[in-house]
Design a protein around this ligand. Structure first.
Ligand SMILES: *Cc1c(COP(=O)(O)O)cnc(C)c1O
Length: 415
């Protein structure tokens, strides 16, 4: 990480990027848009929009097998995007990069293709209390189909994983650990290195849900040493409908395809079918080439800015937001982990989160309110919902001050 003793130099560097995002320059209800819902979906820079348009206007045809020029261009673009994802994650081989529709589909792939054939009664899948529904429900479905049990590691009042309890729940029956890298509901960064080490010590593979981590800090699959890692393009300033499953090659090799169709086969006859090699074995049907190209452009874009600088700048925003919101009477922050990504979940005494969200929208401020697809986390804190402001590198301290002022005014309407 570049040390930026001069905070204002960092702020100055980041002040230039908002202009790269055309959607951010509009007004909402007559007020300049303040977009603080990046944890649900981040906006796309012109570089991503341009890359998808270039693909559509000069390269598109169906990929693989084509002998004509456009098919070769489309194939090169799509496979080039795969290689870009590989280098971004520092995976060993592009065979380990499977394109999916997003985080949700990637987890379902692992649940159906890795877990389901291996699990039986008495086997356990270990998750945590912090998971997004996408990292709960696919395991419940597999558990229901196989008789296996879903075991949930507890958290503390700060919204941190109880690592000792997690380790004690790892047993000879555990077949897979699946945890988030960063909680989307609270912002907690989980101790993934300790989780991986503890699981591997028992010979248990680990899937990490990186949907909220990938936009905020640099990753290295070989150093992290997890077995599966999943994320979505649209939370990384890329398109929707594209995501990634990273899987250790030896495990992916052992796994059967989970969907059948074109592209995932080498030969088909009515006597039987020979499956294609990695990574195509898991990509049945025409893939989202345009989305993959857009995702590669998003990766180029964040890499140009530098994830180390992004992490440092966003931590500054997080500290500022935590102070600004704590200073508002009646505000309580939910999720006070020592290690957090740039996201603040909060409740306001006497104001329902949905009312708050609606009132803030009138000021042009977009936040998310609800259970954030993490109902167990809400239950843990005895809340039906929270308000959540999630920050990207194009946000500013001035926007956060506007948020705090608007929250204070909203509360004044109710007391
Ligand atoms: C958003 C999110 C998901 C689901 O991602 P999709 O893009 O909707 O598939 C899963 N886990 C976490 C932590 C998320 O933030």
């Amino acid at each position: 990480m570049t040390p930026h003793n001069d905070r204002s130099a960092l702020a100055k560097k980041f002040a230039q990027y908002k202009a790269d995002f055309p959607i951010l320059s509009q007004t909402i209800h007559g007020k300049p848009l303040v977009y603080l819902d990046n944890g649900a979906s981040a906006q796309r820079p012109m570089a991503v929009i341009d890359a998808e348009q270039r693909y559509a206007t000069s390269m598109h045809a169906n990929v693989h097998r084509g002998v004509h020029t456009l098919s070769q261009r489309a194939t090169d673009a799509y496979e080039g995007a795969r290689e870009r994802v590989r280098s971004f994650l520092n995976a060993k081989s592009s065979n380990e990069i499977i394109f999916t529709r997003g985080t949700t589909e990637a987890i379902n792939l692992v649940a159906q293709s890795y877990a389901r054939p291996r699990l039986g009664p008495n086997d356990e899948i270990l998750i945590t209390w912090l998971e997004h529904h996408a990292n709960i429900v696919p395991w419940q479905m597999v558990a229901a189909a196989t008789g296996a049990k879903l075991v949930v590691a507890p958290i503390n009042q700060a919204g941190e994983l109880d690592l000792a309890a997690f380790k004690s729940l790892l047993s000879t029956r555990t077949r897979l650990v699946a945890t988030s890298h960063v909680s989307n509901a609270l912002g907690t960064v989980l101790p993934v290195r300790e989780i991986v080490a503890a699981a591997h010590a028992q010979g248990v593979p680990v899937l990490l849900d990186g949907a909220q981590a990938v936009p905020h800090f640099a990753l290295d699959m070989q150093e992290l040493d997890c077995d599966f890692y999943v994320f979505s393009g649209h939370k990384l300033y890329g398109p929707t409908g594209i995501g990634v499953l990273y899987g250790r090659e030896a495990l992916l090799e052992e796994m059967p395809p989970w969907q059948g169709g074109g592209d995932m086969i080498l030969s088909v006859s009515f006597q039987g079918t020979t499956y294609n090699t990695l990574p195509y074995k898991f990509e049945a049907g025409t893939p989202n080439m345009s989305g993959a190209v857009g995702l590669a452009a998003a990766i180029d874009y964040v890499d140009r800015i530098g994830l180390a600088d992004i992490a440092e700048f966003e931590q500054d925003l997080l500290v500022h937001a935590t102070h600004a919101l704590t200073a508002v009477a009646g505000v309580r922050i939910i999720g006070t982990a020592a290690d957090k990504a740039s996201l603040v979940s909060f409740v306001v005494d006497g104001v329902h989160p949905h009312d708050l969200g609606t009132i803030l929208d009138q000021d042009g401020i977009a936040i998310r309110t609800g259970h954030h697809c993490a109902m167990p986390v809400m239950d843990f804190f005895g809340l039906p919902a929270t308000a959540r402001a999630s920050f990207a590198f194009y946000n500013t301290k001035a926007e956060i001050d506007q948020l705090a002022t608007a929250v204070a005014s909203a509360r004044a309407l109710f007391i």
